[in-house]
Every structure is written in structure tokens, then in C-alpha cells.
Design a protein around this ligand. Sequence first.
Ligand SMILES: [Zn+2]
Ligand SMILES: [Zn+2]
Length: 487
Amino acid sequence: IAQRGQLERILCCLSGYSVGTDSLSKSQIPRLSKVNLFTLFSLWMELFPSAEQQKKSQVKMSRLTVKKSGLVVVKNMTIIGLHCSSTDLHAGQIALIKHGSRLKNCDLYFSRKPCSTCLKMIVNAGVNRISYWPADPEISLQNEASNPMTTDDAKLDAKAVERLKSNSRARVCVLLQPLVCYMVQFIEETSTNFDFIQKIAKSQPDFNTDFYTACRQEKIKEYESLFLISNEETHKQILMTIGLENLCENPYFSNLRQNMKDLVLVLATVAASVPVFGCFGFYSTDSQPANETHHQGLPQEIARHCMIQARLLAYRTEDHKTGVGAIIWAEEKSRSCDGTGAMYFVGCGYNAFPVGSEYADFPHMDDKQKDREIRKFRYIIHAEQNALTFRCREIKPDEKSMIFVTKCPCDECVPLIKGAGIKQIYAGDVDAGKKKADISYMKFGELEGVTKFTWQLNPFHTNALEFHDPMTRESKWFFIFINVFYD
Ligand SMILES: [Zn+2]
Ligand SMILES: [Zn+2]
């Protein structure tokens, strides 16, 4: 009976009935559910470009990707922490250091089933729910052996995890929800409308977006090898070891694999929308005092990583026409224990109607509607506004803080961002200087005191490449940064 109860719980989670799902009727465009968004964020955090990794790739260490684990800490369905493991600490240990007893009643989304070292502390802190991606567990990171899951330590750990799980108040489960119909197609279509792809397309003959398709295919291959287990039998073996034998039977097993595959497709499709392409990146052409650390830009890989977080958030939008995502990060004065280096999460949001409103409460029409009174613009809360409102940390005046927005901030938001004391904006600027019927983007260009990093061709790239061609790619980048800020 107990087993059947457990099976039902898992199946419930898989089909998405046990947690608040977003019915399609609320908005007519496909939306990512919150649970799927958190799961995607946990996977994405595994790929956070850490300083350690950058150093390693500079000295050309043999392994290109250092496998990590990612973690999203959620309180009342709002993200309060984005973490990834470092060389010394697991993601769960980092969450404990960072949040302590504030973990009480939180939901944790892991990219790997946490090991017993992490789980005992997290359970002890009184978390509400622990969800994990049902592929390689965390313990597999510690063993370099060919099949790490079969070592005695791994088996002992798995047993301890099961025991901790069955004796804890927290629910330890796999929370995956099937995507709504056409979600992947919708993301693929809309990705090309964003500033990042648009700007590159303009530089291509015939304005084509073939490079996006190529980049997407490359990402799909890369992420499938990172997050999925290609061999079904191996996957079953892993599920057995981590206590998910119930999921090894069909149709549950094939549903689970399809579900995982779909989410990896979403991640690859979104990640390809801010591509590594030629000399495109986030650059500032503002004249700022070069010695001011608050104006120094992030390494391109980190800026791109954070913008892709914002792009993921955009698929939670309640606006039919344009999804916008925004995320705020800040940098502490010194490096912390987190795999994110000195950076920490402050807040995030997407454009939506006021919290708690029902579908029919507010108008949804845009400027095609002649009657201005029934247009949406006076009711929609912008992504930047939601990120500021629901932030979990204060914006400290003496720290470098930055907001990543998927499109140009409008005239409502620019003074808010500046007023909040945010030091840097990373955004697209295709709309900058435009005035539309109910929304205008005039203030962004003139904004002073906040450094703007917009998606563009590296304005300094010619001289850096000419003089330093024998260098490796990494040191070239480094040189470009030096150029930007000290030239
Ligand atoms: Zn651990
Ligand atoms: Zn705005």
C-alpha cells in the first residue's frame, strides 16, 4: 500500500495535478509552468560559467566541462536563491550557508538528486519539498570510476538518502510537468523576434536566421549529452539505485524520458536565442570613468548566461504579444563560497497582470485596438517592475548590481531602475528611441549614471584581433575587456 501511495504521488507530480498548474484558458499562448521554470533554472545553473572553470580552460585543462549541480531555492512560489556547486561545496551545502534557517518551508529544485551529506542538513532545516532531475545523481560527481553508481559508497549513500527521505517531513520527489502543446515550437518561433537574433540577422545576407537553427541544433546535442541518459537500460539502472524503481515500468518510463527530453529541448531553444556568434556580445559605448569598478562589465559568458535566465522567464508572460523577462544579480566585494563566484541573485520577474487577477479582470488588447480604454498597457506590470517588487535582497549602494532585460526598458522602468540604485543594465536596444502608441522608449538612450550594455558587435574588436592574433581565444577576450575599460 505504501508503495502504491508513493507511485501515485510520483505519477501525480509527473502529470502535474498535485501542484498548481496554469490552465491554458488563463492565457491563449503556451506558457511554461512555474515548476518547469524552476526545473529548467536548476539545469541551467549547472552551466553557470564559474571563475574556476574559466581559469581551467585558460590553462587548457583536459576536461572542458566540469560537471556541477544546480539548485533553485523557492519560497511561496518565488525564487529566492540560484546556486551551483563549487569545487569545495555541493549546491545543498551552499544553500545552507547562504540561507540557514530561512530554508524552512522552502521548496528546493536540484539538477541532481542530492547526496546524504546535503540531504540531512536540508531536511533538518525544515524544507517543505525537494524536487530533483531524475538522471545522474549528485553522488555520481564524486566518483571517476567508469560506472560510479555501482561503487559501494554510492550504494550506501543512496540507501542513506532513502532512509532520510522516508523519515523526513519534507517531500522528496520528481516534479516534472508535461509541456503544454506547441511550447517548443512557440519558443522557436518567438526566439527569432528577440533583439539578439534580430541584430545578428540584420548583419547576414538576406536577413536570414539560419545561424539560429544551426546554433540550436548544436545546443540540443550538447545538452542532451549533459542532462539525458542516452541508454535506456543505464537510465533504468540509475532510477533503481536512487529509489525510483516505480518509474522503470512503461508507460511511466517512456513518459518520463519524453518529458525530460522536451524540457532539454526548451532549454536548448532558449539558450540558442542569445548565441555565441562572431563578435556579438554585450558592450557599453557609454563614456564612463574607466577606473570605476561599478561600471566594469561582466565577462561575456556570464552576461549571456544571465540573459538566458531572463529569456526563460519571458515564457511565463501573461501578455499575448510580447513576453519580457528580467533578472537582477549583484556582486559582493569578495568571492563567496558559491559556485557563482561573488555574484548573488536578487530578484526576477516577467510581465504580467497584477498578482491574483483573473483572466477577465483586465483588458488584453494592444494598440491595434482603437479604443484606448480597453488596451492592456495601464494594467500590465512590466518584468523589471516585478523583479524589483518581489526581490529577496536589498540593492546595496556600495555593491555592483545589474539587471538583465530581454528588451529595451521603457520610460516607465528606466527611472525605476536608476532610482533603485542598480548600476548596470544589460538589454536589447532595438526599440530604443521609439515612441509607440501607449509605450515609449525615449529615456533609455539618455540615461546617465547607469552603465548600459547592449547587444552589439564588439565596437573594439578590430584592433584587439589585429595585434593579438597568436593568443588563445580566452586571452583575446581578456584583452578585449582590458581594452574596453582601460583604453
Ligand atoms: Zn551533496
Ligand atoms: Zn517597462
